[in-house]
Ligand binder design. Structure first.
Ligand code: DAH
Length: 331
C-alpha cells in the first residue's frame, strides 16, 4: 500500500467534502474499520511501518475533524441567517409637531405687518394702572377699572386687560413716525364659557405719522382682513366708542357661512364683528408728549381667539386650551 498516496487522496477528499454527511463518508472510507489504512495497520509487522501508518492516520483524523467542525460552523451560520426571526416592530415614522393655532395666527399677523414695514414690539403682561387705563384716557369711573372686571396684582398694578398699553410705552420711547404691532396675552376677570376666557390674546396696532387719516386705517384693516379670511371677503366699518380713539370704529367681515345673505352664525345680519379700531385720541398724544396738531394716527386691537374661531368655524374657544390633539391637529 502506498501510504503517501493514500494520505494525499484522503486529505483531498476531506477538503472536497461539502457537508456533514459527506465528511462522514470520507471518515468511514479512510479511517473506518474496513478502510485500507485500518487493514494495513492490522497487518503491520514492523515498528517503522506501524509508526508511519499511525502518523498518516493521525494527520487524516486531524484533517477530517477540522473539516468537520468547519462544515458544522458553516451550516450553523447558514441556518442562523436563513432562519432569523425579526423581533423588532416598525415604529411607523415620527410625526413632526405643529405650532398651536393661536401661535400660527400670531405669526401670520406679524408677517402681514412686517410686510407692510411695521415693527413688532413686546409689551408687559403685568402692567401699571397708569399704562393700562390713565394714559389711554379711561375716565375715573370706567367699569374696566373695577376689580370685578380686571385682575389686580395690587392697587396700582394689573394683569393687562388689553395690548393697548404697548402703544403708550412705544410712543414714550420714540418719536413719530411709528408703525408697530404688539401681540400677546391679555387677562380679564371673566368666567370661561364658549366665547370668554380669562386669558386670551390680542394684536394691537399703532401708526403715527403726519397726515394719517381714517382712510389709511380702513385700508390697512381691509388688507389684514383679506389676508386672514380670504380675498373674497368684504369688510365694513361701523362707528363705536373707545376712550383712546376718536372717532372709533368696529370692523366687520362678511359672514363666511352665508357670504352676507344672513344666517344664524351672523345673527341674520350678513356681517361678523372682528374688533375695535380708531383714530388716536389727542388726549393720548398729550399724555406721551406728542403734538396732536402735527401728528395723527390710528390704532386697532383685535382678539386672536376670535380670529381663529371665525376662520375655522369652531363654536367654543375653550377648545384652544383643552389640548385635545384631535382638535389641535386639524390646523
Ligand atoms: N383695547 C380694546 C379692547 O380690548 C381694543 C381696541 C379698540 C384697541 C380700539 C385699539 C383701538 O387700539 O383703537 O377691547
Amino acid at each position: 500500500m502506498d501510504a503517501d498516496a493514500l494520505e494525499r487522496e484522503g486529505l483531498a477528499a476531506a477538503a472536497a467534502a461539502e457537508s456533514a454527511d459527506a465528511i462522514e463518508v470520507v471518515r468511514v472510507e479512510y479511517l473506518g474499520r474496513k478502510s485500507a489504512l485500518k487493514q494495513a495497520l492490522r497487518e503491520v509487522r514492523d515498528r517503522e511501518t506501524g509508526m508511519a501508518l499511525n502518523a498518516v492516520r493521525e494527520r487524516l483524523e486531524a484533517a477530517i475533524d477540522a473539516r468537520e467542525s468547519e462544515l458544522a460552523r458553516a451550516e450553523l451560520d447558514a441556518r442562523l441567517t436563513t432562519e432569523r426571526v425579526d423581533v423588532t416592530l416598525p415604529v411607523g415614522g415620527y410625526s413632526r409637531g405643529k405650532l398651536h393655532l393661536i401661535t400660527q395666527i400670531r405669526r401670520e399677523v406679524e408677517d402681514v405687518f412686517l410686510g407692510l414695514g411695521y415693527n413688532v414690539v413686546d409689551g408687559r403682561e403685568v402692567e401699571s394702572t397708569y399704562y393700562n387705563f390713565d394714559a389711554l384716557n379711561f375716565p375715573a369711573g370706567h367699569p374696566a377699572r373695577s376689580p370685578l372686571a380686571t385682575l389686580f396684582v395690587d392697587e396700582k398694578t394689573v394683569l393687562r386687560t388689553e395690548t393697548s398699553p404697548s402703544q403708550v410705552r412705544t410712543m414714550e420711547a420714540q418719536e413719530p413716525p411709528i408703525y408697530i404691532v404688539s401681540l400677546g396675552r391679555t387677562y380679564r376677570r371673566d368666567t370661561p364659557d364658549a366665547t370668554h376666557s380669562p386669558i386670551f390674546h390680542q394684536v394691537e396696532g399703532l401708526a403715527v405719522d403726519e397726515g394719517i387719516t381714517l382712510a389709511d386705517l380702513t385700508g390697512t384693516l381691509d388688507f389684514l382682513l383679506r389676508k386672514l379670511f380670504g380675498e373674497n371677503r368684504r369688510t365694513e366699518f361701523r362707528t363705536h366708542y373707545f376712550p383712546f380713539t376718536e372717532p372709533s370704529i368696529e370692523a366687520y367681515v362678511s359672514c363666511h357661512v352665508c357670504d352676507g345673505d344672513g344666517c344664524p352664525v351672523c345673527r341674520h345680519s350678513g356681517w361678523i364683528e372682528v374688533g375695535g379700531a380708531g383714530m388716536v385720541d389727542p388726549k393720548v398724544f398729550e399724555a406721551v408728549g406728542y403734538d396732536p396738531e402735527r401728528y395723527s394716527g390710528f390704532a386697532f386691537g383685535w382678539g386672536l381667539e376670535r380670529i381663529a374661531m371665525l376662520r375655522h368655524e369652531f363654536p367654543d374657544l375653550r377648545e384652544l386650551w383643552r389640548n385635545d390633539l384631535r382638535f389641535s391637529r386639524q390646523f
